[in-house]
Design a binder for this molecule. Structure first.
Ligand SMILES: [Zn+2]
Length: 298
């Protein structure tokens, strides 16, 4: 079931109820892929989660009160009315927050690492589950150092799993992103279990090894990648034919991405030396940069 189908089904089920604001987030198991965030208005009362083997769709329902007039609100007045602060400097809400430009960073782990984990299925592996360490808006990494101090003090959201994969040119090393984090923080051994004589990741062990590391610091690089997702409709820029200026972005209903992936070295810098946040794929799709955390170190 796609997010669109799910939304349609949910709205049918909840027809006639009080309006609710839904936050629909769709993620693929490949953590490098873009997270698509869309706001939809529907009539649903519950928080719901939908999971299948391929993707996780989180739906968060927020009840909205039925609107009232100023008189009906019964506002409690305190103090005196004064001229407000300027609104000119407010950041634009609801738009894409660009990730930091690629480069070396130092990060600090959240001061509480008790509720930062998520389990997901890995049916072809032993055990058939892996866990993710999630640094989200409630528990982000804090940037302590960045080139020129540009991002110091800012949060950085990312996620690391303990799903092992082959690394390096000859694929001889098998390790997970989480392994690299543990090593950067001085942990000497991989949390493993013995299953039928074979060493496999110990999911519980990863969490237990990580919890005491709250507030610790480590180094790492942010690198961009751009992926043209074969499972999604592409997005293209709409252009004013007269001025040739971009007027917006449109999803193309029947055209999936071509599967191309681009990495930092593939993509030329902007004239100002920065990496572009958005590139156009050969197939015409607009691709947004995803900021990967890489080369974790002490
Ligand atoms: Zn493409």
């Amino acid at each position: 079931m796609t997010a669109q189908e799910l939304i349609k089904r949910l709205s049918e089920l909840n027809a006639g109820r009080a309006p609710v604001l839904l936050h629909v987030r769709e993620e693929t198991p490949d953590e490098r892929l873009t997270v698509l965030t869309t706001w939809h208005y529907f009539e649903i009362e519950h928080v719901m989660f939908w999971t299948d083997r391929k993707r996780v769709i989180t739906i968060r329902g927020v009840n909205r009160m039925s609107p009232k007039s100023l008189q009906e609100l019964g506002l409690k007045d305190e103090g005196t009315v004064v001229t407000g602060d300027t609104l000119a400097d407010l950041p634009v809400f609801g738009t894409f927050t660009p990730p930091p430009q690629p480069g070396p960073f130092r990060f600090k782990l959240p001061t509480d690492l008790t509720t930062c984990y998520e389990v997901y299925d890995t049916p072809t592996k032993t055990p058939p589950q892996r866990v993710r360490l999630i640094f989200d808006q409630d528990h982000p990494l804090e940037i302590l150092q960045s080139v020129g101090g540009k991002y110091n003090g800012q949060p950085f959201q990312t996620r690391l799993s303990n799903e092992e994969r082959s690394r390096g040119k000859d694929k001889a090393i098998v390790a997970s992103d989480w392994d690299y984090l543990l090593r950067a923080l001085g942990i000497q051994t991989k949390p493993t279990r013995l299953v039928n004589g074979q060493k496999v990741p110990d999911n519980r062990g990863y969490i237990e090894a990580t919890r005491p590391l709250a507030g610790r610091e480590f180094g790492g690089d942010i690198r961009y990648s751009w992926k043209c997702d074969e499972k999604r409709n592409i997005r293209v820029a709409t252009v004013d034919p007269q001025t040739n200026q971009r007027t917006g972005i449109q999803e193309v209903d029947s055209q999936r991405g071509c599967g191309n992936a681009f990495y930092g070295e593939d993509v030329p810098n902007n004239p100002d030396g920065t990496k572009p946040l958005e590139i156009t794929c050969q197939c015409g799709a607009l691709l947004r940069a995803f900021a990967n955390l890489d080369n974790l170190r002490a």
